[in-house]
Design a binder for this molecule. Structure first.
Ligand code: PRX
Length: 646
């Protein structure tokens, strides 16, 4: 197989923060002497009390300990705001582009600082104290950043819930952390459509009487019901408090936020991130992997509800004083040139997005890209799922004009910040590979026999030691944390992904090994979707698997068994789709629902998803080892039905 390799551009070898020589040296140091390495990296932040210990971490089967910079004190909002507002308050911190073209806002460091301080005071007035949770259910507006930083300013812990999640999904996430305060908006705007956020929030709060206060941002200004005594307009609450609020010093190990993500069992996991390690890792990796230099304009397209936005739209860039473009809308509205128009308009230098979006824009051809001057771009990134070489090459040639390196960054909600990625001045790129470990990161591939795979090979992608941005636990469920990440391969953190290492030591992610699927870069537990389907009164049981999808990476394929006497119908299919949208949100909409008289199970009654995954991929012959199937006619029936439809 011939392989494309893209060497480091000559200009970058000289100008980049890290070149090939420094990468080798610093990587070695970061592994051999992590104390010295991370002590220096941590100077990217201002500490109100310097730490004396850098690292206290181990993954022994008896005890998992993850502590970084534990006795240091700092404030994340101070680091992301005050120190920039003090020196260049009139510069832009956030360039907001609304859903509709022409709706823009330029928010300076001073203005953001003042808004964050007011909101922090307003939260204090509502009784929010250090260690309290605050839920945030907002569209991509600057107030979402203000909400996060205001929490950080007073030591409260934010829990941002993606605004595309349904009221039920929101309710579950509020109930889990029992936040007494919710910050939301009247409505959101996406692709010219209104998203009824306040209405969803009201429905979510119906059974959550412990939520005492709701602050409501006026985004569209249209009429929404306000509940007396509970709901307040955000702008009014801010107007009556001062715009000065001393940042509270917290210890490095005090929580900064939780963020929910899907796992292989039903309930979403609230990954808990702490302040010092997370912010050091976010800030240092942002600077190195995007080769950020002061003055660069950074555009990350992720929604504020995902970890990508937490780390590389908000905390990492703002800690570095970077100006960010914050875009509320979608890449295809009013037409497929929207992102390219934004890049031209704001002279974006660094652009970070997901492969699924690249694939869907590729379908529109080169025309929408060529209409715009993208010469400001210096570097582009990819995140969230493997990028197929075809999409990589299109991104590189058509969007990046063949000049801009693509950093394919591998990480997870759990890892807080990047673990595998190229440093653009240091590594040749191979389309589809997340290349090499970031500093301080010790990848290992583990075989089915539990042994470490050396050299070239494939295995479960694990990490042998902690890194500063690592989640410390699952909120309220340390047992689950230990079981999920540390029990499969004792002594290692297991990501749930498979990977291959090639002869040059480059890593290639091969996809999830557990019951998690990656749909358009969004992570979903198949069990969550199954539970939503099974909640319909006509459904006896359901099995959900991923299948290869040209645009989404993976699509959702549901096999559904109906209760005795219930007739199969298209109406019922529509109802099932609706129930998934209501219980989780549109991102979990099944692409295909097939009826199955029965589901294949082993003798102890466990559904054999492995076989269904093959069938969903169109492989009707090769089901692997079927000796465990209790009743092989079940598989034959399903295959027959699907073949009949094709
Ligand atoms: O399967 C991997 C995939 O996304 C998962 C993490 O999803 P989430 O926690 O939602 O975070 C996404 C953004 C950081 C991983 O377990 N993934 C993420 N980045 C890549 C990737 N797969 C391949 N290449 C990547 N660059």
């Amino acid at each position: 197989m011939t392989q494309n390799v893209f060497p480091v551009p000559g200009s970058l070898q000289a100008s980049a923060h890290v070149n090939a020589e420094t990468y080798e040296r610093l990587y070695r140091q970061s592994i051999d002497d992590p104390e010295t390495f991370w002590r220096e990296q941590a100077q990217i932040l201002d500490w109100s009390q310097p730490f004396t210990q850098v690292k206290n971490t181990h993954y022994s089967p008896e005890d998992v300990t993850i502590q970084w910079f534990a006795d240091g004190r700092l404030n994340a909002s101070y680091n992301c705001l005050d120190r920039h507002a003090a020196t260049r308050g009139n510069d832009a911190a956030v360039l907001w582009e609304g859903d509709a073209p022409g709706e823009t806002k330029r928010i300076t460091w001073s203005a953001l600082h003042s808004e964050v301080s007011r909101l922090a005071n307003a939260l204090k007035k509502l009784g929010v104290k250090k260690g309290d949770f605050v839920s945030v259910y907002l569209p991509v507006v600057h107030q979402s950043i203000a909400a996060m930083l205001a929490c950080a300013r007073i030591g409260a812990i934010h829990s941002v819930v993606f605004s595309g999640f349904s009221s039920e999904a929101l309710a579950g996430r509020i109930e889990d952390c029992r936040s007494r305060v919710l910050i939301t908006a009247d409505e959101g705007m996406r692709g010219g459509k209104y998203v009824p956020l306040k209405k969803n929030a009201d429905a979510a709060l119906e059974h959550l009487p412990f939520v005492e206060h709701v602050l409501v941002v006026r985004r569209t200004g249209r009429d929404v019901p306000m509940k007396a005594g509970r709901d307040r307009w955000y702008d009014e609450a801010l107007a009556e408090v001062p715009d000065v609020c001393e940042p509270v010093d917290v210890t490095a190990e005090d929580p900064l936020f939780i963020l929910y993500t899907s796992g292989s069992t039903g309930k979403p996991k609230g990954m808990l991130h702490t302040t010092g390690g997370y912010l050091v890792h976010a800030a240092a990796s942002f600077k190195a992997m995007f080769d950020y230099h002061p003055g660069d304009i950074h555009f990350c397209t992720a929604d504020v509800g995902w970890v990508t936005a937490h780390t590389y739209l908000i905390y990492g860039p703002l800690a570095n004083g970077a100006t960010i473009v914050l875009f509320e809308g979608v890449p295809t509205w009013p037409d497929a040139s929207r992102w390219w128009q934004i890049i031209e308009q704001y002279k974006v230098n660094i652009f970070y997005t997901a492969p699924t979006a690249i694939r869907s824009l590729m379908r529109e051809g080169e025309g929408p890209v060529r209409k715009h001057d993208l010469s400001s771009l210096k570097l582009m990134g990819s995140v969230g799922e493997p990028i197929n070489p075809e999409a990589w090459l299109w991104y590189h040639e058509v969007v990046g004009g063949g000049r801009c390196p693509i950093v394919d960054t591998y990480w997870q909600t759990e890892t807080g910040a990047v673990l595998l990625c190229p440093l653009p001045g240091a590594m040749a790129l191979k389309p589809g590979s997340a290349t090499k470990p970031f500093f301080g990161v010790r990848p290992a591939l583990l075989g089915n026999d539990g042994k470490i795979v050396e050299g070239e090979g494939v295995g479960g992608l694990c990490f042998a030691d902690s890194w500063p941005g690592q989640a410390r636990t699952i909120h309220g469920d340390r047992e689950r944390f230990l079981k999920t990440y540390f029990s499969t391969y004792p002594g290692f953190y297991f990501t749930g992904d498979g990977a291959r290492r090639d002869a040059d030591g480059y890593y290639w992610i091969t996809g999830r090994l557990d019951d998690v699927i990656n749909v358009s870069g969004h992570r979903l537990g198949t069990v969550e979707v199954e539970a939503a389907l099974a909640s319909h009164p006509s459904v006896a049981e359901a099995a959900v698997v991923g299948f290869p999808h040209d645009i989404k990476g993976q699509g959702i394929f549901a096999f559904v068994t109906l209760k005795e006497g219930v007739a199969e119908s298209q109406d019922l299919q529509r109802d099932l789709i609706q129930i998934v949208r209501t219980r989780i949100g549109p991102i979990a909409t099944p692409d295909r629902i097939e009826w199955a008289a029965q589901l294949p199970k082993n003798r102890s009654g466990k559904i054999l998803r492995r076989i269904l995954t093959r069938i969903a991929a169109g492989d009707f012959e090769n089901h692997g080892d079927t000796s465990t199937v209790a009743d092989p006619t079940v598989v034959a029936d399903i295959v027959k039905r699907i073949q009949l439809q094709q």
